[in-house]
Design a protein around this ligand. Structure first.
Ligand code: SG5
Ligand code: ZN
Length: 263
């Protein structure tokens, strides 16, 4: 089942070893979004993304997911608005996915699992000067989450999918340019849920304003199959492991509010 595979991953994956795997925090992520318990907040603004595809630099397999990384030394690709008071810079995006289409997302909506979830990771450039600094601080990060559903092929995603065979193994990196991350956002970005949480991988710091899109995007089964052809393992390892089920087990809400920008 989905639950048992989550458990196995969080216990077994090398990236999860060490004391950081079990922090004592009470605003951890991911969570289940219970729609009828979410609180409409009329003060929540539309999101304002301004991404420059020329800041796209490389794509790499970090042994847990694949990351598309952006030059974040200047304010060229930014996120503002929504629940945010400050301006945040895009540094990378990545996905989490399952071994089948029945599960794979980290967040769920009324317990509904999606086959994959996109995370666009941004850091607060008004308050901090480096990602590494923002990671440790309250209000340091803002992550946009987008659910993926299986349906028709996603044209924008295909350029990414085509690059994946070159980074099949852990630690492989290739140059990747001019990818516009806005093409992976749903058409309506005004409707979202937001809550205060954490990174879902080590260091698991509670520095993240999560912005979860209500609308999903569609990708084809074949495109997700290419995600699943990636490997957790490096080229040197004898037993190769498919990169699947790279999501964290859900965390308790512990009295936090989940706000919605829509009724
Ligand atoms: C942090 O959290 C990590 C990412 C990790 C996301 O952004 O960055 C660091 O800790 C660097 C100092 O890890 C890396 O970039 C590897 C160096 O992303 C992943 O591991 C890919 C899943 C996880 O962010 S998330 O909470 O949005 N899932
Ligand atoms: Zn993530």
């Amino acid at each position: 089942t989905a639950c048992s595979s989550k458990f196995v991953l969080s216990q077994m994956h090398p990236m999860w070893q060490g004391p950081l795997a079990v922090p004592g925090g009470d605003r951890q992520s991911p969570i289940d979004i219970v729609v009828r318990k979410s609180i409409f907040d009329g003060e929540l603004k539309p999101l304002v993304t301004s991404y420059d595809p020329r800041t796209c630099q490389q794509i790499w397999n970090n042994g847990y997911s694949f990351l598309v990384e952006y030059d974040d030394t200047t304010d060229k690709s930014t996120l503002k608005g929504g629940p945010l008071k400050d301006k945040f810079r895009l540094c990378q995006f990545h996905f989490h996915w399952g071994e089948t289409n029945a599960w794979g997302s980290e967040h769920t909506v009324d317990r509904k699992l999606f086959p994959a979830e996109l995370h666009l990771v941004h850091w607060n450039a008004d308050k901090y000067s480096l990602f590494e600094e923002a990671v440790m601080e309250d209000n340091g990060l803002a992550v946009i989450g987008v659910f993926l559903k299986v349906g028709k092929r996603h044209e924008g995603l295909q350029k990414l999918v085509d690059a994946l065979p070159a980074i099949r193994h852990k630690d492989s990196v290739v140059e990747f340019n001019r990818f516009d991350p806005a093409c992976l956002l749903p058409t309506n970005t005004d409707n979202y849920w937001t809550y205060h949480g954490s990174l879902t991988t080590p260091p698991l710091t509670e520095s993240v304003t999560w912005i979860i899109m209500k609308q999903h995007i569609e990708v084809s089964h074949d495109q997700l199959a290419v995600f699943r052809s990636l490997l957790f393992t490096s080229a040197e390892e004898e037993v190769q492991k498919s990169m699947v089920n790279n999501f964290r087990v859900q965390q308790p809400l512990r009295g936090r509010a989940v706000r919605s920008s829509f009724i």
